[in-house]
Design a protein around this ligand. Structure first.
Ligand code: FE2
Length: 268
């Protein structure tokens, strides 16, 4: 008989889980090993190296067709299927500890719906305005949780996350959807913008390797990178499928080429 590989069952402490319920966001230090961080960084560096800026959305580059070194310092982000298409990202995203974390968060049949690598380069990495992720990734009932990984030390200066503790208890009607009016813009916002109170936001500076969990209903934002250092992060979003409906109007819809990928049933 073969040995069954046991999943670690406890990643988050009782205190971390409690805090996540109360505040809507927590930092879990040392979640990724140094080797995992390096594998994601070097895999992404290779992807960018092999990318031809004349083919891949030239608007993402400030200087099209110049030396390769330009690409590494001018790219803002890569999305949205790294977790599925790039082996190093797949390995981390579907690891046993990721599954165990999702179980502790109460997911019964979670799926990863999108992923991104964000560079937030010095001088380029702009501000992300306050929002709730469920505006973009809505389910009924809301179930989205963002998994966000610091691949470098993240500070107030290089544009850390800021969040409003407890704001996940206030739902939003704001949605980013495919425009039913085919004559208008492809994607539009619907519903009132949420009220924004600057004074309620706390910064969340974290060390390299830290996992930040972000409830889909928590108000968060990030500032411009005003430092000379980049702020590389990897992030993906998980939603519940059990007794939960994906909003058919969401801008993001699964396709045969890019399905929503079950977290528990897929292997690294
Ligand atoms: Fe977000």
């Amino acid at each position: 008989m073969g040995l069954m590989k046991e999943e670690p069952t406890t990643v988050l402490s009782a205190e971390q889980l409690q805090r996540f319920q109360t505040e809507g966001s927590i930092a879990v230090p040392d979640f990724l090993s140094e080797a995992e961080v390096e594998s994601l960084r070097s895999s992404c560096y290779k992807l960018v190296d092999e990318m031809d800026p004349r083919v891949h959305t030239p608007t993402s580059f400030s200087t099209v067709g110049q030396e390769q070194v330009e690409k590494h310092s001018s790219l803002n982000k890569i999305g949205h299927a790294l977790h599925w298409l790039v082996p190093e990202f797949k390995k981390v995203s579907f690891s046993d500890k990721m599954k165990a974390t999702a179980r502790q968060l109460g997911f019964i049949s979670p799926a990863v719906v999108q992923s991104m690598y964000i560079f937030k380069q010095p001088g380029i990495g702009g501000e992300v305005l306050p929002h709730k992720d469920c505006t973009f990734l809505s389910t009924k009932p809301q179930s989205c949780i963002g998994f966000w990984f610091a691949l470098e030390d993240v500070t107030v200066e290089n544009g850390c996350l800021w969040y409003s503790p407890g704001s996940h208890k206030t739902p939003t009607e704001r949605r980013f959807i495919r425009n039913p009016d085919k004559n208008g813009d492809l994607l539009i916002f619907e519903g009132q913008a949420d009220p924004f109170d600057e004074s309620k936001y706390l910064p969340l500076p974290v060390d390299k390797g830290t996992l930040v969990l972000i409830n889909g209903q928590v108000d968060h934002k990030s500032a411009k990178n005003t430092s000379p250092k980049s702020r590389h992060i990897y992030t993906f979003h998980v939603i519940e499928r059990h007794n939960t409906a994906w909003d058919p109007r969401n801008w993001l819809q699964p396709t045969p080429e890019m399905p929503f990928t079950g977290l528990y049933e897929n292997c690294p």
